[in-house]
Design a protein around this ligand. Structure first.
Ligand code: TRP
Length: 333
């Protein structure tokens, strides 16, 4: 890690293959940050335990997510890629931070409220104290910035509050992290329900979500089946034309033009041509990622090595912070 660069921290839960929305909204940006910042990216497999998991699948998805990060072009030499549970400092700091987090604060978390409604049979304490673990993730690495989506804003706020609270009592221990607001960041909606975020949990329809490891033909078909409207004009107007606007946003996230500029390309053309162009663009964006994924996944020894070295590099930084914290709170050593 280079001394003079700011530190970016982010993590993603291994809760399935990332969607096109995760990719265009977050992961593509993670890759772009790697030259300017020291980036530390975690697989939040401890967070994943807050809902019931199949152990074999969880292990596989954790590994696959590391492989996918690399396939997207996130370089494990330049950045730190690691698995959260490989660094025990996360669990240790999370406990300490739990003792500085108020029930009232945690009760206000909208994600807790949503998830407890969804998993009414398993409202466990981990789900409730999830933000303390997330704060531990970020604060262990003295991160300057955290790229977060709308749904994680509140958790970053509580992280900042915890850092300030702790520092007020014990002196300078943690850096108070800022949100990193991406210059470009697409909010991709469902293909069948374009007024809601692209997410498996938002719809039962398989065509609503594209997963980055979907078969390429299937990806093209999902786009061709995307909901549009009874009009024929390709125009960026999320309010009145959510389906068409979403396809324009997807296209924009890939080619870097604005959705309005992209709409011009389809003046006088029908939705058929439009969908085909967007489908081709998505397929060509995803194809090399899938090829890389296959290539890297086949090299088991290399993947093992990346995971092991990632844990060592992350652990080195995390334990430095943890040692300070332990001393401050009065652990014997
Ligand atoms: N809670 C985040 C999510 O579900 C994942 C996460 C865990 C995270 N630790 C983090 C994100 C630290 C940013 C920083 O998406």
């Amino acid at each position: 890690m280079e001394e003079n660069k700011k530190v970016i921290y982010s993590a993603m839960q291994p809760s399935g293959i990332p969607s096109l929305g995760n990719y265009l909204g977050a992961l593509k940006n993670w890759k772009n940050l790697q030259d300017e910042y020291n980036c530390i990216y975690g697989i939040a497999n401890m967070h994943a335990l807050t809902v019931r998991q199949n152990p074999t699948e969880l292990r596989q998805r954790t590994r696959n997510l590391i492989i996918l990060f690399m396939a997207l072009g996130i370089d494990p030499e330049k950045n730190i890629l690691y698995v959260q549970s490989d660094v025990s400092a996360h669990a240790e700091l999370a406990w300490i931070l739990n003792c500085f987090t108020y029930m009232g604060e945690l009760s206000r978390m909208t994600q807790f409220k949503d998830k407890s409604a969804k998993h009414a049979d398993n409202i466990n304490a981990g789900l409730f104290t999830y933000p303390a673990l997330m704060a531990a993730d970020i604060l262990l690495y003295q991160a300057d910035m955290v790229p977060v989506g709308e749904d994680q804003r509140q958790h970053l706020e509580i992280t900042r509050d915890l850092a300030e609270r702790f520092d007020n009592i014990y002196g300078d221990v943690f850096k108070v992290p800022d949100a990193y607001i991406a210059k470009v960041g697409a909010r991709i909606m469902g293909l069948q329900e374009p007024t809601r975020k692209m997410s498996k949990s938002e719809s039962d329809n398989d065509n609503n979500v594209i997963f980055v490891l979907d078969d390429l033909n299937q990806i093209a078909n999902k786009i061709k089946r995307a909901v549009t409207d009874s009009d024929t004009e390709v125009r960026y107007d999320p309010e009145n034309k959510p389906g068409v606007s979403n396809l324009l946003s997807i296209y924009s996230a890939i080619n870097g033009k604005t959705p309005e500029e992209n709409a011009l390309e389809f003046a006088g053309k029908g939705y058929g041509d439009f969908k085909k162009t967007v489908a081709d663009a998505v397929v060509e964006e995803i194809r090399p990622i899938q090829e890389e994924f296959k290539r890297i996944a086949a090299d088991k020894a290399y993947v093992d090595k990346v995971i092991k070295e990632g844990a060592e590099k992350a652990g080195y930084i995390a334990n430095k912070t943890l040692r300070k914290v332990k001393k401050k709170v009065g652990y014997p050593n």
